[in-house]
Design a protein around this ligand. Structure first.
Ligand code: NAP
Length: 293
């Protein structure tokens, strides 16, 4: 078998076109969806990710507010900035680029973001809504993975899905999204024993470890005909690669995502989508008291 490539780059481009048309309509109604990005410190990878998000926002016509704070920013300064963005009616989405420098507590900082502006879907409120299947601001990477599965008509209902990752950014929200669509989901992590026997059972295998060369998903860990989604990003000899031994696994899988060009572009597209969702929610909250009169 040679796997079908799940082309996240092409799908993200399609979504971007759709979002651009939506932004044009919003602008003709006098609404300019605006995203604020907050980057603390000089982490080179974070800089690259933030600049990709800026480029995507510009391409769609989303307004941008860019805040770069020095590495030694005190927690109080970061909190003040987030609170001022929460209160600013011209800002619809707030993206706090993670990871933060180690002296800043990530959970506490994220929690300062007003849930209706939390375009990464990481606040307790949005995570709780997701568990109840009621969230509209869903973490971007898991949302992107689901979009890819839907686009390629992969049957999720009743499928055995194995996720190798239990982070709040990837594994845990994906677990709920898949459960909400009636998959049977197993979530694995660094303490899982006999990982290969679990991954070999998967109709859909989603991996996001990012510890190459120690961790590689090889063909013997994959069931014949499985759908393989590689979320991870590793730099190996200057090249971006995922967790999966692409060459070996693509001979055995039915569908596979490339790295780069798979989940990465979808994450950025979903951030843009979430910014429009947040804008619409806020405008609705503003007009609804009038509408009810
Ligand atoms: P993370 O918090 O470090 O999570 C890594 C996960 O892998 C953890 O659950 C960890 O288990 C598990 N793990 C580590 N070693 C393992 C092993 N030997 N066997 C099985 N599981 C193992 O990182 P993250 O933020 O979720 O990101 C994970 C990867 O996805 C990274 O490569 C990151 O760059 C990538 N990523 C990509 C995108 C995108 O848009 N494509 C977005 C987000 C993240 P424990 O919980 O036990 O430690």
């Amino acid at each position: 078998m040679t796997a079908v490539l799940m082309d996240g780059k092409a799908l993200a481009a399609e979504i971007t076109e759709r979002l651009r048309a939506q932004v044009d309509r919003m602008k003709s109604d006098g609404v300019v969806p605006t995203l604020a990005t907050v980057l603390v410190g000089d982490d080179p990878a974070s800089r690259v990710y933030v600049s990709r998000k800026h480029r995507a926002a510009e391409a769609i016509g989303i307004g941008l507010r860019n805040y770069t704070l020095p590495e030694n920013t005190a927690e109080g300064e970061l909190t003040s900035l987030i609170e001022s963005l929460n209160a600013d009616g011209t800002v619809n989405g707030i993206l706090l680029q993670l990871p933060l420098p180690s002296h800043l507590e990530q959970r506490r900082a994220t929690e300062k973001i007003e849930p209706n502006k939390d375009v990464d879907g990481l606040t307790v409120t949005n995570a709780g809504r997701l568990v109840y299947g009621e969230s509209d601001l869903i973490p971007c990477t898991p949302r992107g993975v689901m979009e890819l599965l839907h686009h390629y008509s992969i049957t999720v209902e009743s499928a055995q899905v194995v996720i190798v990752n239990r982070s709040m950014l990837v594994g845990k929200p994906l677990h709920h999204l898949l459960l909400n669509e009636d998959a049977t989901v197993t979530v694995c992590h660094s303490k899982s024993s006999d990982l290969s026997s679990l991954t070999r059972d998967a109709d859909i295998l989603i991996t996001a470890v990012g510890r190459r060369p120690e961790f590689v998903v090889t063909a013997d860990m994959v069931k014949e005909g499985a759908v393989v989604v590689d979320v991870a990003m590793n730099r190996v000899e200057g090249k971006l690669v995922g967790d999966v031994d692409f060459e070996g696994v693509s001979k055995k899988a039915s569908y596979i995502t490339p790295v780069p060009g798979g989940v990465g572009p979808m994450t950025v597209a979903m951030l843009m989508q979430n910014t429009l969702v947040a804008t619409t929610k806020q405008k609705r909250a503003l007009v609804s008291p009038v509408a009810q009169q």
